[in-house]
Design a protein around this ligand. Sequence first.
Ligand SMILES: Cc1cc2nc3c(=O)[nH]c(=O)nc-3n(C[C@H](O)[C@H](O)[C@H](O)COP(=O)(O)O)c2cc1C
Ligand code: SF4
Length: 510
Amino acid sequence: MTRRVFVPRDAAALAVGADDVATAIQQAAERARQPIEIIRTGSRGMLWLEPLVEIEIDGVRHGFGPLEPGDVSGLFQADVAQHPKALGPVEQIDYFARQTRLTFARCGVIDPVSLESYRATGGYAGLVRALSMTPAAIVEEVTKSGLRGRGGAGFPTGIKWKTVLETTAAQKYIVCNADEGDSGTFADRMLMEGDPFTLIEGMTIAGLAVGATKGFIYVRSEYPHAIATLNTAIAIARRAGLLGSAVAGSADAFDLEVRMGAGSYVCGEETALLESLEGKRGIVRAKPPLPAHEGLFGQPTVINNVLSLAAVPFILSEGAKAYADFGVGRSRGTTPFQIAGNVARGGLFETAFGVTLDELVNDLGGGTASGRPVKAVQIGGPLGAYFPPALFDTPLDYEAFAARGGLVGHGGIVVFDDTVDMARQAKFAFEFCAIESCGKCTPCRIGSTRGAETIAKVVAGEDPEANLALVADLCDTMTFGSACALGGLTPYPVMSAIKHFPKDFTSRSA
Ligand SMILES: Cc1cc2nc3c(=O)[nH]c(=O)nc-3n(C[C@H](O)[C@H](O)[C@H](O)COP(=O)(O)O)c2cc1C
Ligand code: SF4
């Protein structure tokens, strides 16, 4: 009997030798005269187990990992369950079993570019329903789901769509923000590599909802595998009539193109992204006008993060309530948190809002990889605040985080052990801002450099009290005087480091 073997082809798995493992498995099966079918999948998101190979035994997928080519010889013997790298049924691994996978339901499960597998697992049911609804009803469904933008700002997706729907124009656009610049984040990449049709379906539904016929996916250049997978999936969807002049045989047109960014953090900011898409230098535009009124090429544009758009097929197929039933307060649904940095079990964990930092970092993540005590985590990317363990009871929900001076952002959590020097991290926050600043406004362009210099003076013991007061004053100016959140939020990491780790700012060199 042919045995089905699943080997991930996600960039994280490839980086640790998944292709070599796949070749070794093929050879081992031939030696054991065991007919096999190797299916290349996305990642399940348990990155410390990659390459994580799965073998279907009596209809159940058993995991083995992390596998090296030298480990595969025993995979086709009768006592495979005794294999030293055997993990048992993959979906019973605690880290996986405790997730609520709505957006990532298929990621790591199916061949990402098999439209047949996508459909067999409920794919395109959302589009079919959307085609039977009016644009206003689709927008209403997304509004009722409580979905908020997963790119960072948490703006309600339905309200954004409504604005574009109600703006009259001959041409409208859907732009997907796949720049994913935040440190410790990889959920957009995993989705695009592991289940691209979910994003394509979500964008198509967005097009129907607001009357846009054209979409662009702006992907960072560091994601070549995601770009290749998306292009393949788009071509397949087009051939199947799911993109093009008559979406699924309807009277509605929608088509998609992938565009590659050039490695600038600020090009993830929506208006700089639009400039870049138009072929110009990535500089932040003044708002208003909002992109919803005048966006790409001056036309009304929905711009959403990958995860916001990829949540839409579930919302349409299962209904707004099924999504909104998850979560807490005004943070509805699920989101994939990404546990990264110095952590024992790094990976993607999709769950309802409301889980605490302690659960993610210590319980699921297993503390630091170095085995030393956790000193801090930075949540929400390079513009996010540092939280000490004393704040680990904070539930991951937009409002609870804001109340404690933090932001959930794109859900990235970077863990640091007790060897981290928080004064260096604060200085780095200013330096990062200085390097990535688009240069449009003075508080960010100049303030970031002055900030790094001033922190250096503090740690060198040069009048620390006065210089820390100067840093606080500068941060105030950046918060209130910057034209976008790059300059406006850099004070988060700086001031949280000073507030929670004051000892690191006493005299020594940075
Ligand atoms: C400096 C900066 C970088 C950003 N980078 C990203 C990014 O990489 N991906 C993203 O989706 N949003 C990013 N954003 C947020 C976008 O400006 C915008 O809010 C988002 O794309 C809207 O989509 P959403 O409502 O689905 O979150 C960034 C914002 C700023 C200020
Ligand atoms: S805050 Fe910085 S990145 Fe944003 S517009 Fe001003 S100079 Fe540009």
